[in-house]
Design a protein around this ligand. Structure first.
Ligand code: AHN
Ligand code: ZN
Length: 329
């Protein structure tokens, strides 16, 4: 119901925009309001090739499954790379217990830009990959590359971080790479078995009393012809953020990726950030033709570099930059 409201609100917004663009001789032609000034901000160009390389570099470590050498090497890489872009990088190290009783050594990595600013945006993604290809018919007990599920969100955000280092935005930005998202139970019957790194962070925020105006999660944002529908918890808890992001995407010509349609509910990292108190959305690829609602490569060995398309990374990354650089102006 709230989603319908969101969609109606968006459509109403579109009509308003169309009306505003039409020439009306009764209206003053010179606009000096805040929205006009906001559009004069020069938004940096998101480099999709750079983002693509950030994805492939992660994949080259091998599956980033907790308690493996590849996982440790990738965490070191993420921390070192973010440290090139800002001096404010915090690592949270802990051990969390998975639904099957396995103790997972986990590391959340959080980078801050303009740490002194009160107004902040939290951008986040999980960086670990699933230990099993449980949606695959073959080698289903072996770990996946996770180029899309894990690699893509981090790849986009590393390029966002690089851009933030080159040109400071007006607002404060935190980029969080959360660990231990994908060691969850298939079918999800044990409650809270996914997003263990994010759950840890909500109980132990990297800064005491941390808050942000809103949060944006990127999950599976790299595959060819991805389709982002309005995820259920996002529409119910942060419809204004959905509107902001989807409108920005539309303004840049990315409405073929960002569809104004209702998607399913996903108990993803953003669910716990919402419960913590920060209204957050999940930009997540959806597929109407599959039984589970996710893309056909989801949790299979097909989730490798061959599904990644720089054009999708560009649509997501440029949309984020558009929103981030126009905040607070
Ligand atoms: C559930 O399947 C309930 N949550 C996990 C969402 C997910 C898995 N995103 C990426 N991998
Ligand atoms: Zn997954």
């Amino acid at each position: 119901m709230n989603l319908n409201k969101t969609i109606r609100g968006f459509i109403a917004g579109c009509w308003w925009m169309v009306a505003a663009c039409g020439s009306n001789p009764q209206q003053p032609q010179q606009q000096t309001d805040a929205s006009t000034q906001a559009s004069s901000v020069t938004v940096p160009d998101f480099n999709a090739d750079s983002a693509y390389t950030f994805v492939s570099t992660q994949v080259e470590f091998g599956p980033r499954v907790p308690n493996t050498a590849a996982h440790i090497a990738c965490a070191d890489y993420l921390t070192a790379t973010l440290s090139r872009f800002t001096p404010q990088v915090i690592e949270q190290k802990s051990v969390v217990t998975a639904f099957d009783g396995t103790n997972l050594t986990m590391r959340n990595v959080i980078a801050s830009f303009n740490p002194e600013k009160k107004g902040r945006i939290l951008l986040f993604a999980h960086w670990d990959t699933r230990p099993w290809a449980d949606q695959d018919d073959e080698r289903s007990r072996e770990p996946i590359d996770g180029a899309d599920d894990g690699g893509s969100g981090v790849g986009v955000l590393l390029e966002v971080a690089r851009q933030l280092s080159l040109k400071s935005p007006t607002i404060g930005v935190d980029i969080a790479f959360f660990d231990a998202e994908d060691w969850g139970e298939k079918g999800g019957s044990s409650e809270d078995s996914y997003a263990l790194g994010t759950q840890y962070w909500t109980k132990n925020p990297h800064v005491a009393g941390y808050t942000a105006n809103y949060g944006v999660l990127l999950d599976m944002v790299g595959s060819r012809n991805a389709q982002f529908r309005i995820e259920g918890f996002s529409g119910e808890n942060a419809s204004y953020v959905v509107e902001k992001i989807w409108k920005a995407a539309a303004s840049l010509g990315y409405s073929n990726y960002f569809l104004f349609e209702q998607g399913g509910y996903v108990t993803d990292d953003h669910y716990y950030v919402i419960r913590y108190g920060i209204p957050s959305i999940d930009i997540i690829n959806s597929d109407k033709t599959t039984r589970n609602g996710f893309a056909s490569h989801w949790h299979t060995h097909n989730d490798n570099m061959t599904v990644i398309d720089a054009a999708t990374l560009k649509a997501v990354g440029q949309t984020l930059l558009e929103v981030v650089y126009k905040e607070g102006n």
